[in-house]
Design a binder for this molecule. Structure first.
Ligand SMILES: C[S@@+](CC[C@H](N)C(=O)[O-])C[C@H]1O[C@@H](n2cnc3c(N)ncnc32)[C@H](O)[C@@H]1O
Length: 240
């Protein structure tokens, strides 16, 4: 693979290439057919999630972007298979931090993660144009390119390695490429604690003219990870 000069620091070992399924996204972002129909959607970062693969087959207009897409399909598939096995091993020690309802056990979780990896791998082979390499906090899209942007298991969750300024720079960039609103899930870190700078972040967003709303959703696998943040752009955000 060829990694662009500015991303030479990107090391595949630092990326966890595990993704959720289309159906999990429907629940975690409280989506419906009526909502998705006719909208341009960006999943960012999408990783090994099958939302784009399955969604576009259903007739929606979805684009995925992720830093991992600088790597080629086969390399990422192998990485994904290893990451799933490693995550399942780790899961045995932390299973009490999760609710075993959506997935009844670790085997059912493994099947869902493998199915997402399978779908995203095939779709990247068939519809490469829908998978855009991108290194946040920068995105390679024009202003207002998408109606809605969905962002799962990245911001807030990795607060131990992504600092507050990275969160603000990334949120500004997500808002720049989005016309209407962005949805972020979940609002907790890997320990299940609410992101420590959430209030400060909401205050910042309101100051720049956005409206924020925290909405409980019908998806809770990691305990306490059951709400999303909706950030709607105000008119004055056109300058973002
Ligand atoms: C835990 S995965 C979440 C994937 C998907 N949203 C989901 O919920 O299944 C986090 C993703 O963030 C991507 N990532 C990490 N740092 C990034 C950056 N600076 N820019 C873009 N993507 C990044 C990783 O490659 C990985 O695919």
């Amino acid at each position: 693979m060829t990694i662009p000069e500015e991303n030479k620091k990107l090391d595949l070992n630092r990326i966890v290439y595990i993704g959720r399924t289309f159906d999990e996204y429907i629940d975690m972002f409280a989506l419906s057919d009526d909502f998705l129909k006719g909208k341009r959607i960006l999943d960012c970062p999408a990783g090994a999630c099958s939302f784009t693969a399955i969604g576009n087959k259903k007739g929606y207009d979805i684009t995925a972007c992720d830093i991992a897409y600088y790597y080629d399909v086969e390399e990422l598939k192998d990485k994904g298979l290893q990451d799933i096995e490693h995550a399942m091993e780790t899961m045995r020690n932390v299973r009490d931090n999760y609710k075993w309802e959506y997935f009844k056990d670790i085997e059912s979780l493994r099947r869902h993660r493998l199915s997402a990896l399978h779908d995203v791998t095939n779709d990247r082979r068939e519809a490469k144009k829908n998978y855009i390499p991108a290194a946040l906090p920068q995105l390679p899209f024009e202003d207002n390119s998408f109606d809605v942007l969905l962002s799962a298991h990245f911001l807030f969750m990795y607060a131990d390695r992504l600092n507050y300024q990275f969160h603000i720079d990334t949120l500004n960039e997500l808002l720049r490429v989005t016309k209407d609103h962005i949805r972020i899930f979940p609002l907790v870190d890997l320990e299940g604690n609410t992101y420590k700078s959430l209030d400060k972040t909401l205050h910042y967003l309101e100051e720049i003219g956005c409206t924020t709303e925290i909405v409980q959703v019908p998806y809770e696998f990691q305990i306490h990870a059951n709400s999303m943040l909706i950030i709607s752009k105000g008119m004055e955000n056109d300058k973002l």
